[in-house]
Design a protein around this ligand. Structure first.
Ligand code: DC
Length: 235
């Protein structure tokens, strides 16, 4: 398909965890020559900084201490051609590898529910997408960050299928995990994301749903091409 590269839009991609949102977002961004912004990585980076600077200690999340650290945290993205995506840096340090650990995963829900954290990161995300031409993936992009996004996609998949995908991924990495443990984690993260007080995960009214439970990557791209074409025709 021929893309109209002059007409830059914002593509908001929200949905459940382990749906393949980042893979999908990265593929779309590469196709369109857009910037891909992984907002989950930003919440993970604040969590990592809190862990490294004593604001999360012995399993206790000190909200005031995290709020006190916010002014010291500068987050930037730099494109990494080897990955075909941007790496995330905190105060100039590359943290891409450090933010995906189980320790960060365990605390990121608590950190992302702090209002001041969301305020800071949402403002940054709005600035990053101000010139349009971005694919932003997260939980509140179509509802809070860019309610005026031209294309809003809400991604979902059967929890069992998502758990199977994560199980295969972790097994391939050599992790000794059980399928039931992963399924439980997928279900509990869905619950936490949908039920938090501030900016819970929900489908924007004007979002279109992509259920990729039984779709290949090629089928998802074909689906995207169609939807993207419709949006451009209506601009
Ligand atoms: O997409 P992810 O799993 O890397 O996101 C990590 C966490 O950050 C997830 O528990 C939900 C939270 N998050 C959020 O609250 N808002 C966003 N826009 C993106 C992620």
């Amino acid at each position: 398909m021929e893309y109209n590269k002059r007409q830059k839009i914002v593509i908001a991609l929200d949905g459940f965890s382990s749906c393949g949102k980042s893979t999908f977002a990265k593929a779309i961004a590469a196709r369109l020559g857009y910037i891909f912004i992984d907002t989950g990585a930003m919440y993970r980076s604040v969590t990592l900084y809190a862990l490294e600077n004593g604001a999360i200690c012995n399993g206790i999340v000190d909200e005031d201490a995290i709020i006190g650290l916010l002014d010291q945290i500068s987050i930037t993205f730099r494109f990494n051609p080897m990955r075909g995506a941007s790496d995330i840096y905190v105060n100039g340090d590359l943290v891409e590898g450090k933010i995906r650990t189980i320790e960060v995963s365990n605390f990121v829900s608590a950190v992302s529910s702090i209002a001041q954290v969301r305020e800071k990161l949402v403002a940054m995300q709005q600035q990053m997408g101000a010139a349009r031409g971005v694919v932003m993936d997260g939980r509140d992009i179509g509802t809070v960050v860019f309610p005026d996004a031209e294309l809003k996609i809400f991604m979902t998949a059967d929890p069992k299928v998502r758990a199977e995908r994560r199980y295969a991924e972790l097994k391939a990495k050599g992790d000794n995990v059980s399928f039931d443990e992963i399924l439980e984690n997928v279900i509990s993260r869905d619950h936490a994301d949908m039920n938090r007080a501030i900016s819970p995960l929900r489908q924007a009214e004007d979002a279109i749903v992509l259920d990729n439970s039984y779709m290949s990557v090629d089928e998802q791209m074909e689906w995207f091409d169609n939807e993207y074409k419709k949006v451009l025709n209506n601009l």
